[in-house]
Design a protein around this ligand. Sequence first.
Ligand SMILES: C[S@@+](CC[C@H](N)C(=O)[O-])C[C@H]1O[C@@H](n2cnc3c(N)ncnc32)[C@H](O)[C@@H]1O
Length: 225
Amino acid sequence: MDKRQFVKGGFDAIASRYDLANRLLSFGADALWRRKAVGRLGERPLVLDLCAGTLPLSAAYLRRFRARVVALDFSLRMLRVGLKRRTRGGLLPLCGDALRLPFPEGTFSGAMMAFGLRNLSEPWQGLKELYRVLAPGAKAVILEFGRPRLPLFRQIYHLYLAHFIPWAGGLITGNSGLHAYLYRSIVSFPSKEEILRQMEQVGFQGLRALDLTLGVCVLYEGVKP
Ligand SMILES: C[S@@+](CC[C@H](N)C(=O)[O-])C[C@H]1O[C@@H](n2cnc3c(N)ncnc32)[C@H](O)[C@@H]1O
């Protein structure tokens, strides 16, 4: 099975338990990371939430700012679960492919993506598409898992990811395969420096990468000049 099918099938299958698994396995830190991303993006009238899943990032954005948020994901089941969230209005969910966005160049004044980049079958194509649909001056904020460097913490974290998460995640969602993939995808994904280099190559400026929770999560940001 190719990555695209594996990822789509996996998220379709665990959609109803995705939020619970995230909350428990991250000890609630996922909500703090998303809140941080929302704050870094700031208030913008038309925002794209790429790989929006069950819409936690869109909902966090709309709780803080009045805006229109287009939330795109290729898993209809993830989006459906997300639609049960309460939002103040302004949410436009859309089932579609992040690698072929159905929007003209320069559409959005901001974009955000949480834990989507690593799941794309072609991450750099995803970055290019993201860049293409931003208007000049628009900002992008991306959250992705990182690889902590602090020696003891790094070892404990790796054990946690490689052994505890597949087991506990499997109990919560019934799909230990997808949780085991999480570990493989994190350790094999390009480094923070490489991601910043790719963002620069795509055209982003004002690049920054902020470590959150000792580097378990990294917040990348860039602006389209
Ligand atoms: C780990 S979830 C992240 C969901 C949400 N952003 C969050 O913060 O929890 C990754 C999401 O990426 C979506 N995804 C992966 N590849 C995609 C693609 N090519 N187009 C659209 N969505 C994609 C999956 O369906 C899944 O919902």
